[in-house]
Write a protein that binds this ligand. Structure first.
Ligand code: GAL
Length: 415
């Protein structure tokens, strides 16, 4: 416990970006977009600095994909009465079920109205950000969870195509192993297992079945949901055994190097490959909906909120206004590998991957992500990690399914 706290403290980095030599005011923003994940945020901060030369921006980051470490540090700061001026949080229950129910956030409904945003964001997204009569954060993007990445030339060399179902994936996995590729699927640290699981679940259950898990119409120990764990176990057998030691970027790297054929990851991977590694979408990397999920867009959205009692409220409001503006969204998203949350972004600024994602976002069925805070309350989402540990230790599908249902009952999921 102590070791974890020390490691987390060491992982917190704060980069101060003075936008003028005599900055009088400050703004501290808090996120997990560090290192390889940083360029899009940096572009947004640069734009803010240009607009507000007298404000010094303190960019506090805690490394760790999907916010696994950042959320723990944020909790300590919020409970200790030291909130950052604005922090990254997933739209949906991750925010509502924690800081909104605890009455620690400012209602941004008035800001949405004064900025004319009610008509600028999709109504479904606004309702994901809304509860108790308020709107609680400003969405900066739309990410897609259910994507499978590969290198087109490598698949050609191996004589395989992106599989259209998980059964097809398992057959392709066998064929690749027969050609000497021992671990056709590249996988990373623990949260990426949850990420893979939601793609397997969506592929096995379909969008209606997936939604039924969250509205309480299907139990987690329903035979169909148990089958998800069975399939997941077979898929895992195609992955590298050292997964827990790899970041999501390192798992992507393995695919790019040809040590694996596929990686399932959200489309921040496109940001990493196109922006950080400078690869050409379609050539350096290819993509397909994760097996069996074609026609469905599993979404999540990064957003920023305004805690009550922050030190630099005016500077934070200016930050939120930039985030929600067309200008801010079109600076950030082409680099981030995400779509603008706004309906009026300039698509000509976006690369070939993002153009294809934009067309799916318009035409596909949309469902929410579990691994990134959209569909389930934080109380379920955070305990799902334990369910995963039970499965990884026992490889017992029924035990994992029963554990998930026990947590669903405990948090009154779908009630
Ligand atoms: C997600 C987040 C993305 C990206 C990813 C990897 O949860 O929404 O923006 O940062 O984690 O860290």
């Amino acid at each position: 416990m102590f070791r974890r706290a020390v490691l987390l403290a060491l992982a917190v980095a704060a980069v101060s970006i003075p936008s003028a030599s005599r900055a009088q005011e400050k703004l501290e923003i808090f996120s997990w977009w560090a290192g390889d994940e940083g360029p899009a945020l940096k572009a947004l901060i640069d734009r803010y600095a240009k607009q507000n030369p007298s404000i010094e921006v303190v960019n506090s980051t805690v490394t760790g994909g999907s916010g696994v470490n950042a959320r723990a540090v944020l909790k300590t700061r919020m409970l200790g009465g030291d909130p950052p001026d604005s922090f990254q949080v997933h739209a949906g229950q991750e925010l509502i079920g924690t800081w909104v129910v605890a009455n620690r956030m400012e209602d941004l409904g008035p800001l949405f109205k004064s900025e004319g945003w009610m008509a600028k964001f999709p109504p479904g997204l606004i309702s994901l950000l809304s509860a108790k009569g308020g709107i609680w954060s400003v969405p900066v993007n739309i990410h897609r969870s259910n994507v499978m990445w590969f290198v087109p030339a490598n698949l050609k060399k191996w004589g395989v195509t992106p599989p259209n179902s998980w059964d097809e994936f398992l057959a392709t996995c066998k064929a690749l192993q027969g050609k000497g590729l021992e671990h056709p699927l590249a996988l990373g640290e623990n949260w990426t297992h949850n990420h893979l699981w939601e793609s397997v679940a969506l592929g096995v259950l379909g969008p209606e079945g997936w939604n039924a898990l969250w509205n309480g119409k299907m139990k987690f120990n329903d035979p169909k949901a148990v089958k998800v764990w069975d399939t997941f176990g077979q898929v895992l057998a195609c992955a590298n055994p050292d997964a827990s030691g790899l970041s999501w970027q390192q798992a992507v790297d393995r695919t790019l190097k040809g040590d694996a054929a596929f990686n399932v990851m959200g489309d921040w991977a496109a940001g990493y490959m196109a922006t950080t590694l400078k690869l050409q979408p379609g050539e350096g990397f290819g993509w397909a909906p994760s097996p069996g999920t074609g026609g469905t867009f599993m979404m999540l959205s990064d957003s920023f909120g305004l805690p009550k009692g922050v030190k630099h409220r005016d500077a934070a409001l200016k930050w939120l206004k930039l985030l929600g503006s067309r200008e801010g969204q079109d600076v950030f998203n082409p680099l981030k590998g995400s779509l603008a949350a706004r309906l009026d972004s300039d698509l000509s600024l976006y690369n070939a991957y993002l153009k294809s994602a934009a067309s799916d976002w318009k035409s596909n069925k949309v469902v929410g992500s579990l691994a990134h805070g959209a569909v389930a309350p934080e109380s379920f989402g955070s305990q799902f990690g334990t369910v995963m540990e039970i499965y990884l230790a026992s490889k017992n599908a029924t035990a994992a399914a029963n554990a998930a249902q026990a947590i669903a009952d405990q948090v009154r999921l779908g009630k």
